[in-house]
Design a protein around this ligand. Structure first.
Ligand code: XMP
Length: 509
């Protein structure tokens, strides 16, 4: 394993991705993780990430000094490059000008970390400070016009550092540099393959769970589906899957997901609570109130199911489909961030005293999808767009009624089917229909209509934190609009949303 000490760079995830894509496990840890803890994890190499601070600032982040005595190879990147030099006796100065963007790197000395590179290479910088004097024993191995010490090494001590970012694609041979570090210097083995990951997770789950029983909540999304399937492979009938039909799910969702799980002989409990949810949401139009009602009702239904249907099993664990970015983001999320929406997350384990088990906690989304492929889950389910916990409720602006849910479910289905037919679906991060609380006048077959407006939203995004509206070709938009108005009773007008996030959010509520 390679450990990445995170000094606050927005690219730390990218470093981890690059290492994993090269077939080696990577784990991101806080910059100040004690050396003793790092040693226990037995990594073959440590990468210090970049970060927004200046080592010259008081209180700026420092690693445990003992990390340098572990005898484990170290690669410093950007802030990492500066902090190593500074802590080991070098000097840093505020640069006269900041370097941002592409630069030409001139390699001055042969180094294992630069094997396979030309004498001049395009790299990508983003820094203000720079190393002006190296500690004893260290040697500059590359520079640029604006940065004399753009890379250095102390080969006998296995310490290497670069001022630029090898993890971004603008550094042309960046992956080669990371590969040189992990294979030539750290002598890592290429054993992080999805098959290996699947086998390891299943065997760990088997030994962790033993003869106990586990509950998993199935949401219909990829993560809980993959987590559940891994658990089923590990403990079979000791797993009990609960899928709550809130009445707020997409068309055919309950059937598709249940069929997939039942085919695999899961002990699956599909709880039809749609009437309860829709009754509780009657007359509610405030988005936050909707979210709260759904969250509470969900927990209630879940608890009730456990107390009745699962009473006879000695359940010890509650499984969640938490993935790696969820963990990192919640650990780093600021207490001061303003609350935009209350997310619908299950807090049952706390209430019922279960132990939490998170089978895919170390994986990124695309790794989860690949893992789902290895587990032979249907492609359709694995590659579906994200869907919010509160479901269609946050896509019906205004009151939720059974009729309005039917209209939206149908319009959404027509929209998604047309995108799939046109092969546009896979180009989009998330697409869905929204039902507005407005009726307008139309004309159909010479008769006046007075019906609802459907808004279509399709966005390109990486993580849902920011998003751009997707440029659906005009001809396709026209086809979708005609299909919706033609096939969905109760709709006579279709709008396309061209707002970015921010300022708008992706969902409407
Ligand atoms: P917003 O609307 O906040 O959405 O821009 C960002 C992403 O998060 C999804 N989303 C949710 N996911 N529970 C979830 O699991 C929720 O309560 C929730 N609200 C929004 C949304 O679909 C988008 O992908």
């Amino acid at each position: 394993m390679i450990i990445i000490l995170n000094f606050g760079s927005q690219f730390s995830h990218l470093i981890a991705r690059r290492v994993r894509d090269l077939g080696v496990k990577a784990e991101i840890l806080p910059f100040n993780t004690p050396a003793i803890k790092i040693k226990e994890l037995n990594p073959v190499g440590i990468i210090f990430s970049g970060g927004p601070a200046s080592v010259l600032e008081k209180g700026s982040p420092r690693p445990d000094i003992d990390v340098f005595s572990l005898g484990i190879p170290i690669l410093g990147i950007c802030y990492g490059h500066q902090v190593i030099a500074y802590m080991l006796g070098g000097e840093i100065e505020r640069g006269k000008h900041r370097e941002f963007g592409k630069e030409v790197l001139a390699i001055k000395q042969q180094s294992d970390v630069f094997k396979g590179l030309e004498s001049k290479e395009q790299v990508w910088f983003s820094h203000g400070d720079q190393v002006t004097k190296l500690p004893k024993g260290f040697m500059t191995i590359a520079s640029t016009e604006g940065c004399k010490c753009a890379a250095y090494e102390y080969a006998q001590k296995n310490i290497y550092a670069i001022q630029f970012h090898p993890e971004v694609t603008h550094t042309k041979k960046g992956t080669r540099i990371i590969s040189n570090f992990i294979f030539k210097i750290c002598k890592a083995e290429r054993d992080w393959t999805i098959d290996f990951v699947a086998k390891t997770i299943i065997s760990n789950l088997k030994s962790q769970i033993g003869k106990d029983h586990v509950i998993v909540g199935i949401s219909g999304g990829v993560d809980s589906l993959v987590a559940g399937t891994l658990l089923y492979k590990a403990v079979g009938k000791q797993l009990h899957a609960v899928f709550v039909d809130t009445g707020l799910l997409r068309k055919d969702e309950v059937k598709n997901v249940s069929d997939t799980l039942r085919k695999r002989k899961f002990d699956l409990h599909v709880i039809d609570a749609s009437k309860l949810f829709i009754n509780r949401l009657k007359g509610v139009i405030d988005p936050e109130q909707k979210r709260k009602i759904i969250g509470h009702t969900f927990i209630e239904v879940f608890e009730e199911t456990i107390k009745t249907k699962l009473k006879k099993y000695p359940v010890k664990y509650f499984a969640q489909g938490t993935i790696y970015p969820d963990r990192i983001e919640s650990a780093e999320s600021s207490k001061h961030a303003s609350k935009i929406k209350s997310h619908h997350n299950l807090t049952l384990p706390d209430k019922l005293g279960f132990k939490i088990i998170e089978p895919i906690r170390d994986l990124y989304k695309d790794e989860v999808r690949r893992l789902g492929g290895v587990l032979r889950l249907p492609k359709d389910l694995l590659w579906r767009h994200p869907f919010p916990g509160p479901g269609l409720a946050v896509r019906i602006v205004g009151e939720i009624t059974y009729d309005r849910l039917c209209i939206l479910r149908e319009a959404d289905w027509v929209f998604i089917e047309e995108l799939k037919k046109a092969k546009e679906y896979e180009k989009i991060w998330q697409a869905f229909a929204v039902l507005l609380p407005l009726k307008t006048v139309g004309v159909m077959g010479d008769a006046r209509t007075y019906e609802y407006i459907v808004a279509l939203r399709a966005v390109d995004s990486v993580d849902g934190m920011s998003a751009d509206w997707h440029k659906i070709p005009n001809e396709l938009l026209e086809k979708i609009s005609s299909a919706i108005v033609g096939k969905v009773r109760g709709v006579n007008r279709v709008l396309y949303d061209v707002t970015q996030k921010p300022p708008a959010t992706i969902e409407y509520e």
